[in-house]
Each structure stands twice: as structure tokens, then as C-alpha cells.
Ligand binder design. Structure first.
Ligand SMILES: [Zn+2]
Length: 249
């Protein structure tokens, strides 16, 4: 087609079309139709848009308040906002609960030692390999050795620590049970909590041959890889994490 498109808006120098000057923002077509009153359906639509805008503002304000509250906490202030590789998780953004992406495993739940979930898949490969060997040996004794806790994001560890501070009443007492995002061997992928109890008990008796050792006297479930244990046996345990020099960095 070589016929030029017909334009309905004429622009003279120094003037603007009516729809630009009209502060109500109504279109030229509406002007021509005589400025009717809004029809009920249009009113409903405007009400819905208004509600949507208000809801968006409300959610944004709530998120800002939660983030500010967490950022101002005296204990481990910047770990939740900055932490972890659990990108997109609610807990990494400073609100909500940790998810499987953070390595979260609910209380009472457990995963197979070959599970593809981050809690297992992000463990140190040598630790995971040792676990799988131990799992096969335990199975011959009728024991199902499973992972009740494995790799965790920094955000998840910070969430656990805040929960422990509430439970134990002080950061010092909470640190006897829960490491910080900076020190926890779980965040480094170098520790695993074995489930259920009979499996942890089995590993306590047979783990050294796989290089798997309990670290703390007060945590019957917590194991780490100690390759020298295959020949030399497991090193002595710490009474609890507060005696572990690695927890003080
Ligand atoms: Zn542990």
C-alpha cells in the first residue's frame, strides 16, 4: 500500500493536541462522546484497580518493616539479608520460613543419603560418599541410615540461631546447640545429622571405618568426616560446640 495512513491528530507548531492538555487524561474519543458518567462496570474495574494498588502498597510496607526489624536485631544483624545461596527463598529475603532450597528438612523428616535435595546434594562430596558407604553397611544390619540435617544456607542457619536464642534465652546458651552462619559446619557442607536415633547409634559404633565421627558429646546425631579415623579411630569429642575452637572464629 502506498496510500499514507490518515492521521486524526493535527499538530500545529506551538500547540499540543487536546488529549495532552486535558488534565483528566480522557481521550479525544471520550470528549466527543460528551463525557458520560462512568458505567457500573467501569466503576467496578476502577474499584478493583484501587484495591490492587492498596494491597501492593500494604505488602511492600510489611516487607520493609520485617526487613528493617531483622536488620536492627542485635544478634548476627546482617546474616539473614546477606546470607546463603538459597536465592529466591523467603528466609533469604528476611521473611518467612526456610525452604528445601535452604537445605530445610522439617522436624521428624529425613532424606535418603543419595537424595537430590540441596540438604544432601550440597554436602561435601567426600562426606556424601562416606555416608553412602555407611548406609550400605548399616542396611546389612537392618538399619536405615538417613539424613535429618545436612547442608544449610546461611539464612537458614541464622533462622535456626534466632529460634535457639528465643528457646534458650541467650546467645551464649543458644551457641551450645546451634552454630552461627559463619561457623556452622552445616553451612560449609561438612556436617550431617543422622536420623533416626538407631542409625545415629549404629554410626557412633561403626562410623570410624568410613571416616565418620561424632563431634560433640551433647549431639548424638551430628557427624563429620575425619579421614584419619579410618586408621587411627575417631578423635576425642568436644563436650559441646562452645568447646570447639572452630566455633569461635
Ligand atoms: Zn549437626
Amino acid at each position: 500500500m502506498d496510500t499514507p495512513t490518515r492521521t486524526t491528530t493535527s499538530l500545529r507548531p506551538g500547540t499540543a493536541p487536546e488529549w495532552i492538555l486535558d488534565p483528566s487524561g480522557s481521550t479525544d474519543r471520550e470528549q466527543r462522546s460528551g463525557g458520560r458518567a462512568p458505567r457500573p462496570r467501569r466503576r467496578l474495574f476502577r474499584l478493583l484497580v484501587l484495591l490492587l494498588v492498596l494491597a501492593t502498597i500494604g505488602a511492600g510496607t510489611a516487607a520493609a518493616v520485617v526487613t528493617a526489624a531483622i536488620a536492627s536485631r542485635p544478634d548476627y544483624p546482617d546474616t539473614v539479608v546477606a546470607g546463603g545461596t538459597g536465592a529466591g527463598s523467603a528466609v533469604a529475603r528476611g521473611g518467612g520460613r526456610p525452604t528445601a532450597e535452604d537445605g530445610y528438612i522439617a522436624d521428624g523428616d529425613s532424606l535418603a543419603v543419595s537424595d537430590a535435595a540441596p540438604a544432601v546434594a550440597r554436602l561435601d562430596p567426600a562426606l556424601r560418599e562416606a555416608l553412602q558407604q555407611a548406609h550400605a553397611a548399616a542396611a546389612e544390619d537392618g538399619i536405615d541410615l538417613r539424613v535429618g540435617g545436612g547442608w544449610r544456607s546461611k539464612a537458614y542457619q541464622a533462622w535456626l540461631l534466632r529460634d535457639a536464642v528465643r528457646t534458650y534465652g541467650s546467645t551464649a546458651e543458644a551457641a551450645r546447640w546451634v552454630g552461627t552462619p559463619e561457623t556452622s559446619l552445616h553451612v560449609k557442607g561438612q556436617a550431617v545429622d543422622i536420623s533416626p536415633y538407631d542409625a545415629a547409634d549404629w554410626l557412633n559404633r561403626h562410623g570410624a571405618q568410613f571416616g565418620l565421627c561424632r563431634t560433640y558429646d551433647n549431639e548424638a546425631w551430628h557427624f563429620e568426616l575425619s579421614p584419619s579415623a579410618v586408621d587411627a579411630g575417631c578423635p576425642p569429642m568436644f563436650r559441646d560446640p562452645t568447646e570447639d575452637p572452630r566455633m569461635r572464629s
